[in-house]
Design a protein around this ligand. Structure first.
Ligand code: NI
Length: 227
């Protein structure tokens, strides 16, 4: 399931974040790539531990916690600290699958990457190319979103960033370890959550159908969740 989450950051927040990030140190993105990814990766990144970017990481995590769509779609157990990348003209990232396990806090914390997130920080009019191309069961999706919008997709999918041909594409990217390991189960729970909202609106919160649907949701979560 590929989910578009509009307005994770407002226009003002995007501007604030960009001002902070522009003053941060930028290094070759291959420093955090695996052996295979390093062959196809060409971008710039802010080092994982750069303290200058901490206010932006904190703001993104706070805003994600306030997004019902994100919480419902990701069912997050842990969110990795947001990272930042920039693709200037001529840069791109060829086809790859993200590493299954990632480390944070100098290797003391391990995350399983279930979901990959890209939060766009550049307006699409500022650059050409730079689409995030995701191979999904439904086919190939090319994603290029307004600044402040985010896309959530299964980390298991083969994906790439098409070369930027003009301007610069700035984004935050990070991974989520979900309470629900499989995309099929997360998709089912996401759809069920929507059905509950619709049933409540149509029938009322206390209608027996609303109560039973909510019960089915929580009982599936109880069956499948790792917490
Ligand atoms: Ni990737």
């Amino acid at each position: 399931m590929i989910v578009h989450i509009p307005g994770v950051l407002s226009a003002e927040q995007v501007a604030q974040c960009r001002a902070v990030l522009e003053a941060c140190p930028w290094t070759d993105g291959r420093a955090t790539a695996g052996v295979q990814s390093a062959l196809v990766k060409s971008n710039m990144q802010i080092p994982l531990d750069a303290p200058e970017a901490q206010p932006v990481r904190d703001l993104i995590l706070e805003r994600l916690g306030q997004s019902p769509t994100f919480v419902s779609a990701a069912l997050p157990l842990r969110i990795m600290p947001p990272m930042f990348n920039r693709y200037d003209a001529g840069m791109g990232f060829g086809s790859h699958v993200d590493n299954a396990i990632r480390y944070a806090m100098a290797g003391s914390v391990r995350y399983r990457t279930d979901l990959s997130c890209t939060l766009f920080l550049s307006d699409p009019r500022e650059y050409d190319g730079g689409e995030l191309v995701i191979d999904d069961v439904l086919g190939r999706q090319a994603v290029r979103l307004p600044a402040g919008d985010m896309v959530l997709y299964p980390s298991a999918s083969v994906h790439r960033v098409a070369p930027v041909t003009r301007g610069s594409r700035l984004a935050s990217f990070f991974w989520v370890q979900s309470m629900i390991r499989g995309d099929d189960r997360r998709t089912l729970l996401f759809e069920l959550d929507h059905s509950i909202i619709e049933a409540r609106a149509a029938l009322g919160d206390d209608h027996i159908a609303s109560v039973r649907l909510a019960g089915a949701y929580h009982n599936l979560l109880r069956m499948w969740a790792e917490v």
